[in-house]
Design a binder for this molecule. Sequence first.
Ligand SMILES: C[S@@+](CC[C@H](N)C(=O)[O-])C[C@H]1O[C@@H](n2cnc3c(N)ncnc32)[C@H](O)[C@@H]1O
Length: 286
Amino acid sequence: MDRRTFLALSAAGIGWPSLALAAVPGPYDWNAAPPMDDRARYIDWMVTNRGENPDFLGQRFDRFLALIAHSDIWNDRNKRAFLLTPRERFVTAANLSRTYQVHYLDIGFGVTITGPHSVARMTNTIDPQMGERVLEIGTGSGYQSAYLSNLTDQVFSIEIVQKLYERTGGIYDALIAEGYTEYAAITRKNDDGYYGWADHAPFDKIIVTCGIDHVPQPLLQQLKPNGVMVIPVGPPGAQHVLKVVKQESADGKFTVARSDIYHGSIVNFVPLTKLENGKIVGTHFN
Ligand SMILES: C[S@@+](CC[C@H](N)C(=O)[O-])C[C@H]1O[C@@H](n2cnc3c(N)ncnc32)[C@H](O)[C@@H]1O
């Protein structure tokens, strides 16, 4: 189907034969940003520049307005990253119609894709700048890393479940082949992220997308002075999402400042599990 026919069907509200309209029409442009103040102009810009499905684009824009209303996203670079990331490409087929709902969604292997509000708030809290090295613990669906790759070209991500790591690799390969070349800058490995990634440390920012009852020492060590981490900390199923800033004083000593990005509300994350001899055996909870 050509683009004109597709758009005509879209305008008539007729169902979508595929998620993508076609390959991404042009090369990735760090300076290009879609309109943020008008739903119709946003959809039009995205169809023209990114070749995406207008139905999902409308849903994405509606969720975008809810993120702003709930103060989960607050600067233009992060808004752009949300608006450019096709969440529908990272959920399972069974959950496609729920892609832009508020909740986290099952992605198999006993884990989830984090809800859009938590992704937005956690990402805007660390606010990666272009060129900063960002480490994600828990690649999962790949959505969070894809989102990050619209903020910096230095994204590192670790996933503990080997089969999920492989499936997400296939999703990235397909998207890169379609023209989402920004995802080629995501460096990944299948491993236990509790120990960070010493080969690529130190990191400017770290985002942990699974819950634990303490801040892992290796992650603190691999954070640069004045670096920022977000991490869900608390007992199983009941975490507070903390912003952890590693501060260096004039005498070279480090202190750690913590604050709760939800001001006391509890958020539920899947546990940060432990790998031993290539097998997942329990968690890293103390
Ligand atoms: C909430 S889910 C996925 C969120 C993910 N960021 C996304 O966008 O879909 C958390 C992920 O952390 C992974 N995980 C749990 N413990 C881990 C560990 N020790 N190292 C690396 N990944 C881990 C889980 O397998 C799961 O995929």
